[in-house]
Design a binder for this molecule. Structure first.
Ligand SMILES: [Zn+2]
Length: 338
């Protein structure tokens, strides 16, 4: 069964470790991480949102020490990662496309081509006037999560230790409010994952589009500040939006640990809770592959059929699993204007 996945950090992995020949690495196979083309095919992943993400300078230095000497230019890093995504499409020999609309995604599905939608995770490097936002839109980016864990001139992302509430302080700045409005005018999808409580509610008030949390789980089952409270889930439901289930152990487990000895039923249980609050139209997958540690039982994207089997064993019927795997994302992306 074909899967559309709401969030991955493949571009960061390629930018960090395979910058000279990213497409070659992607199509031949990558040893580290969760995603490459051969494993995507094994897992029957038919499409997803691919994040452009600028990590903190210290993270780059500790992950690839040779890069520590490079100047740290966040805006340039964003463009480099978008360029990597374009290279994946250009070198695909017809196996992958950069999608700019829901029609593009549907066509990819029909043609058996990987549908790649460009997403910005963390707007920290963007200007306050919206010029770069507009430039990224023109270059094909169709989705933005304005925040990551840190504070920026746009406002407050959610950080904090486990267990904890998402209510961690102030919300959007005036520039952040403008950013939400500008993204709305462009019909760029706004991702509320990584928002703290105030930022979330202010975004809910400002945005007319469905609220989408591309890679977050239920706070009631795993009280990470990054997970969504039942009140937030109800607001997402009422907006006609969606939550993509994150496969990271730390966002799944009641103890918040990164322990890979986490059963696949942990993912099913989050889905149960999300559906209990929101119904079956508003839940899908948002793996966070290449950005988290996964349950050993899942491994990487090639393990997706095992996850679908776990849903089947838990009593989910075929129609419902198809909605989780593809239909709900397709519907909500269309509603957001894609
Ligand atoms: Zn994230």
């Amino acid at each position: 069964m074909l899967i559309f996945d709401g969030h991955n950090d493949l571009l960061l992995n390629l930018w960090l470790h395979h910058r000279d020949a990213p497409a070659q690495a992607f199509y031949q196979g990558i040893e580290r991480g969760h995603l490459d083309f051969p494993r995507i095919q094994q897992g029957e992943m038919g499409g997803g949102l691919f994040a452009i993400f600028v990590p903190p300078q210290a993270y780059i230095a500790s992950t690839v020490p040779a890069r520590a000497v490079e100047p740290y230019e966040p805006l340039q890093i964003m463009w480099q990662q978008l360029d990597i995504l374009q290279q994946l499409a250009d070198a695909s020999g017809g196996r992958a496309r950069l999608c700019r609309s829901s029609d593009d995604i549907t066509a990819c599905r029909t043609d058996g081509v990987l549908a790649m939608v460009a997403h910005i995770e963390g707007a920290d490097a963007l200007d306050e006037q919206g010029e770069q936002l507009h430039a990224f839109w023109q270059a094909g980016v169709r989705s933005i999560g304005p925040f990551w864990n840190l504070r920026s001139h746009f406002g407050e992302g959610v950080s904090g230790t486990f267990p904890g509430s998402p209510d961690t302080g102030p919300g959007l700045t005036a520039a952040g409010e403008r950013l939400i409005q500008q993204a709305g005018e462009l019909k760029m999808m706004i991702d509320v994952s990584h928002m703290n409580s105030k930022t979330f509610w202010e975004t809910a008030r400002l945005s007319r589009a469905p609220l989408v949390a591309s890679h977050s789980n239920a706070h009631a089952l795993c009280p990470q500040p990054r997970n969504l409270t039942d009140d937030q889930l109800m607001a997402i439901r009422d907006s006609g939006g969606l939550v993509g289930i994150n496969f990271g152990n730390a966002f799944l487990r009641a103890d918040g640990k990164r322990d890979a000895d986490t059963p696949l039923t942990a993912i099913v249980k989050h889905c149960d809770h999300l559906m209990k609050i929101m119904g079956s139209d508003n839940v899908a997958f948002g793996s966070d592959f290449d950005g988290i540690t996964t349950p050993a039982a899942l491994g990487d994207v090639s393990g997706m059929p095992r996850l679908l089997a776990a849903f089947q064993e838990a009593g989910y019927d075929q129609t419902l699993i198809e909605k989780l795997a593809w239909g709900n994302w397709q519907r909500v992306l269309q509603l957001t204007g894609l």
